[in-house]
Design a protein around this ligand. Structure first.
Ligand code: NAD
Ligand code: GLY
Length: 357
């Protein structure tokens, strides 16, 4: 098992990574002090993984809350459902919440943990590639509002993250690819050597060879930890993790959530951001082509939806959380392995790349 720590003083926590973690009987030793825990999961993951998790928690008094699957259930109504169950079973601030699922379950459970009696311990067990490399680490928790995604939330760090890479074997290929968009993102913003390595290991990753998978997930978590340690609440460099997200969120919102997966929208968004960089001479054409080709190898979209023009993008981008004093903040690659946050993207430049999008 590989372990790394997110160093945040008294809120520091370990990330454990290995195949078949969920078959280790002593996995949670010493972590659930009150011996009371509530697992939150959904109806897709329950038949796949709940029994294994329960068998790691034999000494613990357990309750399970099963929510319906899907982004459309990442709502205040699901939040209330979990809170109601916690009250019904007389959970206390010492009860541990365990999120078993992808980013939807992780974000929602984290927000419940942040809110219930002003904060209870929680553990992340991410089961999608996207949640293993991104959402389970760093403490962003949220639910959606009908008027905006992730509009209600808190920064609240877990006590530990357990990444069982073998859980990905049942993940639909399209969801796996969506996670790969985030993996590639880390290479572009922070580590060209990692980008090279992904290029050389496409087949091993697509075949989910455990060695390659563990190495990729470890490196992503390491980069995310490094960034979050410097900027936990996104006052500065954490925004780099949003490469592709300004354009991507606009695509997701315009197409209707769920029609384009988050990672798919991020992939097309990365290409648009990279086109901006080429226009600004921050990225060479050959670097751009490498980015596009790598996303394509994972069957990710590299163009925006055909029916989406400048107006549709602007409508959503102006309402993004990343807007500051009326100006949209963009994350743009500046050479492979490096990126910057900038408001300096003119309407003319946007028009140029979005007209051809
Ligand atoms: P998801 O949680 O909806 O999971 C995708 C699908 O895979 C679901 O149908 C789920 O039930 C299913 N699934 C999960 N694990 C499975 C498994 N092992 N086998 C088979 N099916 C499985 O989506 P996601 O991509 O994991 O997460 C997207 C969410 O994460 C969005 O709500 C997004 O806003 C959020 N997010 C949060 C952060 C953060 O920093 N907190 C970062 C990125 C994304
Ligand atoms: N997914 C972006 C972040 O955690 O900041």
């Amino acid at each position: 098992m590989s372990t790394l720590t997110v160093e945040l003083g008294e809120r520091s926590y370990p990330i454990h990574i290995d195949a078949h973690l969920l078959s280790k009987a002593n996995l949670f030793d010493g972590l659930i002090k009150s011996k009371k825990a509530v697992i939150v999961t959904n109806d897709v993951i329950k038949p796949l993984l709940l029994e294994s998790l329960q068998s790691c928690l034999q000494e613990v008094e357990l309750e399970v809350v099963v929510l319906p699957d899907g982004e459309q259930h990442k709502t205040l109504s699901s939040f209330e459902k979990v809170i109601t169950r916690l009250l019904e079973i007389h959970a206390g601030r010492d009860t541990t919440l365990i999120a078993l699922g992808g980013g939807v379950i992780g974000d929602l459970t984290g927000y419940v943990a942040a809110s219930f009696q002003r904060g209870m311990p929680f553990i992340q067990i991410p089961t999608t590639l996207l949640s293993q490399v991104d959402s389970s680490v760093g403490g962003k928790t949220a639910v959606n509002h009908p008027l905006g995604k992730n509009m209600i939330g808190a920064f609240y760090q877990p006590k530990a993250v357990f990444i069982d890479t073998a859980t990905l074997t049942t993940l639909p290929a399209r969801e796996f690819a969506a996670g790969m968009a985030e993996v590639i993102k880390y290479g572009i913003i922070h580590d060209v050597t990692f980008f090279d390595w992904i290029e050389q290991n496409v087949d091993s990753l697509l075949n989910q060879e455990q060695g390659a998978l563990k190495r990729a997930i470890f490196r992503c978590c390491q980069i995310k930890a490094e960034i979050v340690e410097q900027d936990e609440q996104e006052a500065g460099i954490r925004a780099l993790l949003n490469l592709g997200h300004t354009f991507g969120h606009a695509i997701e919102a315009e197409q209707g959530y769920g029609n384009w997966l988050h990672g798919e929208a991020v992939a097309a968004g990365i290409v648009l951001a990279s086109q901006c960089s080429v226009k600004k001479n921050w990225l060479s054409t050959s670097e751009f082509c490498r980015i596009e080709a790598l996303l394509k190898k994972f069957q990710l979209p590299i163009t925006a939806p055909a029916d989406m023009g400048m107006q549709a993008f602007m409508k959503h981008m102006r309402h993004d959380k990343k807007v500051e004093a009326g100006q949209i903040r963009f994350v743009l690659p500046k050479g492979l392995g490096h990126a910057v946050v900038t408001k300096d993207v003119s309407d003319e430049l946007l028009k140029e790349i979005l007209t051809h999008a």
